[in-house]
Design a protein around this ligand. Structure first.
Ligand SMILES: C[S@@+](CC[C@H](N)C(=O)[O-])C[C@H]1O[C@@H](n2cnc3c(N)ncnc32)[C@H](O)[C@@H]1O
Length: 244
């Protein structure tokens, strides 16, 4: 049984090694532009001022950080992997980048106006600790936009299609399938995989009341678009504010 520290080490050094960080950036390039548009709209429509403190939790190669910078805000990008941060540094050089753990955010209580995070919770051994940390560092009127994959409610047909598609996409972008599989064999038993209902429940336990969830996002896209571009997981987005 791997210890949590080992799981995080594997995540940082094997899953998101140098080669995979570069491959991830190629993967980002084939992400449909509607994802980018969604985030741009979400950020622009969030009532924050230009000096707002914005945290991109698990920034990876800086997909969200770039959108935030493009819209004239400053952003702090936090990630566990130095390889992902190295790509983010090239792609979004004005981001203030910090190596750190989403389950133990190195920021003061009530210090952040907006936290955004895409596809990070599912990589954590204790996503509920990350939620506690998010609520802790958020200002009393701060806001959060989280997007993740709903691995629990994914239909079998999507998994089969997704596996075939991933195989070709992995070759195209340069992820080494056998290595990736070996890494996930070690990680999978330690990643609890939450769905949006559990996340909402946990947030309510933490005293957060203003929660809005948008789910079945991939389903809204056409069949071809959905199967070619998105992962087999359904995506959901949770918006909440720290007002209690
Ligand atoms: C699927 S990528 C998502 C990257 C980025 N948010 C995006 O939307 O493209 C997951 C990211 O989570 C990071 N990560 C995994 N565990 C983490 C942890 N405990 N603390 C901070 N970042 C973590 C990984 O290094 C990786 O960059």
């Amino acid at each position: 049984m791997e210890k949590d520290t080992d799981v995080k080490k594997i995540m940082a050094e094997e899953r998101w090694n140098k080669r995979n960080a570069r491959a991830y950036e190629r993967f980002i390039k084939v992400t449909p532009s509607d994802d980018e548009q969604f985030w741009e709209d979400a950020i622009v429509n969030t009532p924050i001022n230009k000096n707002a403190v914005i945290l991109d939790l698990g920034t990876g190669t800086g997909f969200l950080a770039r959108i935030i910078l493009k819209n004239g805000f400053n952003v702090l990008g936090l990630d566990l992997s130095k390889n992902m941060l190295a790509v983010a540094k090239k792609k979004a050089p004005e981001t203030f980048l910090v190596r750190g753990d989403a389950e133990n955010i190195p920021l003061k209580d009530s210090s952040v106006d907006l936290i955004v995070s895409r596809w990070v919770l599912w990589t954590l051994p204790h996503p509920w600790e990350a939620l506690e940390e998010i609520v802790r560092v958020l200002k009393p009127d701060g806001r959060v936009i989280l997007c993740d994959g709903d691995s629990k409610n994914t239909p079998k047909s999507a998994v089969i299609f997704g596996t075939i598609r991933s195989f070709f996409k992995d070759i195209l972008i340069g992820w080494r399938l056998p290595t990736w599989k070996r890494v996930y064999k070690k990680l999978d038993p330690h990643l609890p995989r939450w769905d949006y209902e559990q996340i909402s429940e946990k947030l309510r336990d933490l005293g957060v009341e203003q929660i809005k969830v948008v789910h079945d996002i991939n389903k809204r896209n056409g069949l071809l678009h959905k199967h070619i571009f998105h992962s087999e997981w359904e995506q959901f987005i949770v918006f909440f504010s720290n007002k209690r």
